[in-house]
Design a binder for this molecule. Structure first.
Ligand SMILES: [Zn+2]
Length: 197
């Protein structure tokens, strides 16, 4: 049962969500507003939508875990209101925040890494996200990274929703299974992610 550890469900139509559930049963959907918000309420309503409407829109076939957070490109004037809302409505997952900082490395993921950065991030003790998407990583690059660093502390994701994406990045893993041990590939595609549930 594959785990989509980084998607933006709001960018997906109901058809894509239904198609996705053929391979994926659980997803983390991240807060991100694609244009600069004009007021803090824009972000607050987006969080409310993500934690209610998006959860129920997915729930026919997928369990959706919402992650709320303020990306540097989504900081509105009066942002303290957004932070107050987040304090009053604590979320299990945070993101996306755009800054690679966290106090608890055990459950902090630095996402969208590549061949150049993955090693440093692992060394620093963080979990490492690999995003299979045009402009981020190709299948060949994913292969190269796990070949070099192994499968521990890696999470494969699609970041699908708001940009050119590989909707089935996490469920279509045959290319990895041809080369690597199935148990290792399973870790990358979903077992490692279970630690965050
Ligand atoms: Zn994202």
């Amino acid at each position: 049962m594959d785990f989509g550890t980084h998607i933006h469900s709001e960018g997906e139509g109901i058809k894509e969500l239904r198609a996705m559930e053929n391979g994926i049963k659980r997803v983390v959907s991240y807060a991100f507003y694609p244009i600069s918000p004009s007021a803090p309420e824009t972000m607050i309503d987006m969080f409310r939508k993500l934690t209610t409407f998006e959860v129920s829109r997915a729930e026919k076939g997928i369990t959706l875990y919402p992650a709320i957070g303020v990306h540097p490109r989504c900081i509105p004037l009066g942002y303290h209101k957004v932070f107050s809302f987040m304090e009053e409505n604590p979320s299990k997952a945070f993101g996306e925040i755009g800054l690679e900082t966290a106090s608890d490395q055990e459950v902090a993921v630095v996402d969208h890494t590549n061949e150049r950065t993955a090693g440093k991030i692992l060394k620093a003790g963080y979990w490492t996200g690999l995003t299979l998407q045009p402009g981020k990583l190709s299948r060949e690059e994913v292969e190269k990274i796990v070949e070099k660093y192994g499968f521990e502390r890696f999470l494969l994701n699609s970041d699908t929703g708001f940009s050119d994406d590989e909707l089935f990045a996490v469920s279509k893993i045959e290319y990895l299974l041809q080369k690597f041990d199935a148990r290792e590939v399973e870790k990358l595609a979903f077992r490692n992610a279970e630690k965050f549930q």
